[in-house]
Design a protein around this ligand. Structure first.
Ligand SMILES: Nc1ncnc2c1ncn2[C@@H]1O[C@H](COP(=O)(O)OP(=O)(O)OP(=O)(O)O)[C@@H](O)[C@H]1O
Length: 284
């Protein structure tokens, strides 16, 4: 493959083999510039291995990779500065304050953001003087995110970014990601939270047993967009349900039949989780 920078990320036939185990197997993936792309897949599917090969932290066994136009195995400092990585906490800077850690990391980059601005963005302003060691799990993760974005990356890798966040922290984090995406940052994230993928991602890719089994928008994964809708309602005889491709027409008929409001009416289509789980079961 000729390495170009037409895409933020492009892989062709990417492979990683451990002894005889194919952890990543012939993976073809493209991520557009400015896109938010979520990699989904069960434990051990090969997500982290893939991401680490893209970051240049893990050597591939075969295939071609271009990340911002560069082969990650030939990475330069200049390339490295264009990429943000949110690592799992390293526990290296326990005795420094939040502010000191962020300021320390800012020095690694040629055009860093302002440390205080980043600390505020990740919601740690009131913790800026606290040592890293006293932060809670979720606060710690926010610090990891701060370190990932302090260099104002063009491309940000987030490996399970909101594990351990409380619901409010997750919502705030999602806002931050939307903000970064609106500013043109390309984002590749892995997550086990389907609602996170649905909220944030322009496209999702499902990895199972090292293979990319589907790539789609969250709304259309596994034929969700065109799947039959389930209409449920209540009658004096008990709950009723009906599957239909034309839910609006069906509901209109129900309204006529009831002469107005239909008790306990709901119309649902398969959730992203439904589509994902049936896809994973098919490949098991
Ligand atoms: N250094 C290694 N040596 C041998 N096997 C490894 C190594 N690292 C990962 N593997 C194996 O490769 C496979 C893919 O692992 P990987 O960590 O990429 O999965 P994942 O999709 O990120 O999983 P999770 O959702 O649990 O984080 C697993 O079967 C794992 O056991």
């Amino acid at each position: 493959m000729v390495v170009t920078d037409a895409f933020a990320i492009e892989t062709k036939g990417l492979r990683k083999t451990y002894a005889t185990h194919h952890a990543v197997d012939s993976l073809d993936l493209t991520v557009e510039r400015g896109e938010v792309f979520a990699l989904l897949g069960p434990n051990g599917a090969g997500k982290t291995t893939t991401v680490e090969m893209l970051e240049g932290y893990r050597k591939r066994s075969g295939g071609d990779v271009s990340v911002l136009g560069v082969d990650p195995q030939r990475r330069t400092l200049d390339w490295r500065a264009r990429i943000g990585i949110v690592l799992q906490s390293t526990g290296e800077f326990e005795d420094l304050s939040v502010q000191e850690v962020v300021e320390h990391f800012a020095r690694y980059y040629p055009h860093p953001d302002q440390p205080m601005k980043v600390i505020e963005r990740v919601g740690l302003l009131d913790k800026r003087k606290d040592r890293a060691r006293v932060l809670s799990g979720g606060q710690r993760r926010r610090l990891d995110v701060a370190l990932g974005i302090i260099g104002r990356p063009e491309l940000l890798f987030l490996d399970e970014p909101t594990t351990g966040f409380d619901p409010q922290a997750r919502r705030e984090f999602w806002e931050l990601i939307r903000d970064l995406a609106a500013g043109g940052t390309t984002i590749l994230l892995t997550t086990h939270y389907l609602d996170e993928a649905e909220t944030l991602a322009d496209r999702v890719g499902v990895i199972a047993r090292g293979r990319l089994v589907a790539v789609a928008t969250p709304a259309t994964l596994g034929g969700r967009g065109t799947a039959a809708a389930k209409v449920r309602w209540a009658t004096p005889d008990g709950p009723q349900e009906h599957d239909t491709d034309t839910p609006a027409t069906f509901v209109a008929d129900l309204v006529t039949r009831f002469g107005g409001e239909v008790p306990e009416l709901t119309v649902t289509r398969p959730s992203l989780e439904d589509a994902y789980l049936s896809m994973i079961q098919e490949t098991a």
